[in-house]
Design a protein around this ligand. Structure first.
Ligand code: AMP
Length: 418
């Protein structure tokens, strides 16, 4: 039986991969303007890192992690997200002592054992950005404007930025309690998962897609009315700075996000076009995370963009595939060998040249050039070789001319510029 790939793990094929390259290079360009440096983290971490930061009671830690014992009996986990690893590495390498403000971005795959569906995979990719060491609202406003500018630069429209504040370790627990009490009386309306969440992680019920669970929450108290004065001021300041930047947003007091480590600002970018899995990006502040994993207090804020969803939103069906600049069609062994070295000379001069490897007829070589969409073809047979000439054919106009072999590089360079 032919071996197939794993469910929820997608191949990214040539033709599609150019979109990935585009969103990555645009991220590097825009994030560079904001002073962010790239951070690369390992695929595997100690399970404890995620359990303590994301939270034991979250769906990610509770049922979605790829966890296994390695040969020494250590429990390791394929990273389900980047923030915890970046904070771990930042502390481990003492980056907080070298520079109090760290601005980092990351691009790479994540792993979560979720039920695969459109826009949801078991291996998916994220573009993350994190600002470490700044508690003030400047960082919140700046990372949000960077996120939205990036999405705009990709030409993605109809996005809505939703923000909320989740309070801090002082004001969130009373709110959590309040939600628990409120939902106890509506317990039988909740789905099985949410009945369990009611005990362990009641705020996560806001994220449930089940209509009955949402109906149970209709009159639920809102987190914003529970904020302590410091959290309220912080949230007001974030909104003022976003207004100064003329960045549009909507306050969504029901958006709570699924990870335990968020404090204060939380946000999501939602795209109407995506259907059920409509969040293209999410993030928030995590001022207590560094301490949760045993480090000093270091405030932080970050976002993660789901790359699969981002690519689904890219405008236009235009293919970004690249095409060779020239194809060398040759006839006869002597000409083939000359053509083979000529292709190398062209490449040495920065020209993408392709040859036939199967010793096909001239006709099928021309067909192959057509398929590859090369604008130019060089035709080299024994006759031309004797005269030290070569035929160059413009595939669009079908015009052919004979040119001296020694002039090829100059002529191809000129024609490619036209
Ligand atoms: P989170 O880390 O859960 O806040 O997710 C951040 C972003 O990653 C989401 O807004 C999605 O765009 C994307 N994402 C999360 N889980 C998946 C998944 N299983 N498959 C595809 N994209 C995902």
């Amino acid at each position: 039986m032919q071996i197939k790939g794993i469910r929820g793990f997608k191949d990214i094929l040539p033709g599609e991969v150019e979109k990935w390259q585009l969103v990555e290079s645009e991220a590097r360009r825009i994030f560079g303007l904001f002073g962010f440096s790239e951070f690369r983290i390992p695929l595997l971490e100690r399970t404890e890192l995620f359990a303590r930061s994301i939270g034991e009671a979250t769906d990610i830690v509770g049922k979605e992690m790829y966890t296994f014992l390695d040969r020494d009996g250590d429990s390791l986990t394929l990273r389900p997200e980047a923030t915890a690893s970046i904070v771990r590495a930042y502390l481990e390498h003492g980056l907080n002592q070298k520079n109090p403000v760290g601005k980092y971005y990351f691009v790479g795959p994540m792993f979560r054992y979720e039920r695969p569906q459109k826009g949801r995979y078991r291996q998916f990719h994220q573009i993350d950005a994190e600002v470490l060491g700044v508690q003030e609202a400047w960082a919140d406003a700046e990372i949000l404007v960077m996120l939205m500018r990036y999405l705009e630069a990709l030409g993605i429209e109809n996005l809505s930025l939703q923000i909320n504040s989740l309070g801090c370790p002082q004001c969130r627990p009373p709110y959590k309690k309040e939600i628990q009490t409120f939902l106890q009386t509506r317990r039988n309306l909740l789905c099985e998962d949410c009945q369990r969440r009611l005990e362990t992680n009641p705020l996560r019920i806001f994220d449930c897609k089940n209509e009955d669970c949402q109906a149970a929450l209709t009159e639920a108290p809102e987190v914003l009315s529970f904020l302590c004065p410091e959290c309220r001021n912080h949230f007001e300041r974030v909104k003022t700075l976003l207004d100064d930047l003329r960045l549009s947003y909507a306050v969504n007091p029901r958006m709570v996000r699924g990870l335990d480590y968020y404090t204060r600002t939380a946000f999501e970018v939602v795209a109407g076009e995506l259907g059920a899995q409509n969040a293209v990006s999410g993030g928030g502040r995590y001022d207590a995370l560094a301490e949760e994993i045993g480090g000093p207090a270091v405030p932080g804020i970050g976002f993660a963009i789901g790359m699969e969803r981002l690519i689904m939103l890219l405008p236009g069906k235009r293919s970004l595939a690249r095409h060779p600049q020239i194809f060398l069609a040759t006839l006869g062994d002597k000409a083939r060998r000359r053509g083979f070295s000529l292709a190398q000379e062209l490449r040495d001069n920065g020209i993408w040249a392709e040859v036939d490897y199967e010793e096909k007829s001239l006709k099928s070589q021309m067909r192959q050039a057509d398929r590859m969409k090369t604008p130019l073809v060089l035709i080299l047979g024994e006759e031309e070789l004797k005269k030290n000439q070569v035929i160059i054919r413009n595939m669009a106009t079908k015009v052919q001319e004979e040119i001296p072999l020694g002039e090829i590089i100059r002529i191809v360079e000129n024609k490619s510029k036209q």
